[in-house]
Design a protein around this ligand. Sequence first.
Ligand SMILES: [Fe+2]
Length: 249
Amino acid sequence: MIFRQLYEPLSSTYTYLLGDKVTGQAILIDPVISAMERDLAEVHRLGLKLAYTVDTHIHADHITAALEMKRAVGSKIAAPAYDRLPCTDVGIEEGRPLQVGGLTLEPIHTPGHTDGHFAYLFNDRVFTGDALLIEGCGRTDFQNGDADALYKSVREKLFTLPDEVLVYPAHDYKERFVSSIAQEKRRNPRLGGDKTIEEFRDIMANLNLPYPKFIDYAVPGNRQCGVCPPDLPDNLERYCRKMTDSPQG
Ligand SMILES: [Fe+2]
């Protein structure tokens, strides 16, 4: 099995590349449109063929590369069936594993950040999207977010996975790469330890986060599986521009 953690600096997004050495098939989880060429080059450098892109949810901070990758290399688009996007090839549902060559993703419905959010268990790893971040979690104040639902998704679903399962989130803003179920159960300041649902509700209601600057473009674009809107203001145009190798803030 081949595994790579790729990073898109503008939205601090982690994209995960899974490859099956035997069949040569690959999956990209949460690919970002601006990093598409870098990601496809990595797939090909490893001698793989991209079979599927899989999104954890309808992102508000970047545009998925799903549609452009399908156009470029014929990959299929998998995304939560819950969101009923007509552009998907495969609608993901809990209890129905996605099998690609020798790779098996077990979808776990984890609503709360968005209502259609999914995490994916892959052997001894879980890709938690924005439901569970390293010592954090996604916000719950947009896209049918719901703090109570997120508390239950994390505590009753993700935290019931074996302690040693590695946690790979969709984002990290502090240069951390991986955690584990045991570590998040102990150290997550919002959801770990003996945090109650009332305490979590309170934390999430008082984050005082700014309105997401790209959400009004990203969500409609992602509901089409990754279309860059033609009317992007100049200050947001870089979200659809090809990523350069230079570090960005
Ligand atoms: Fe998100």
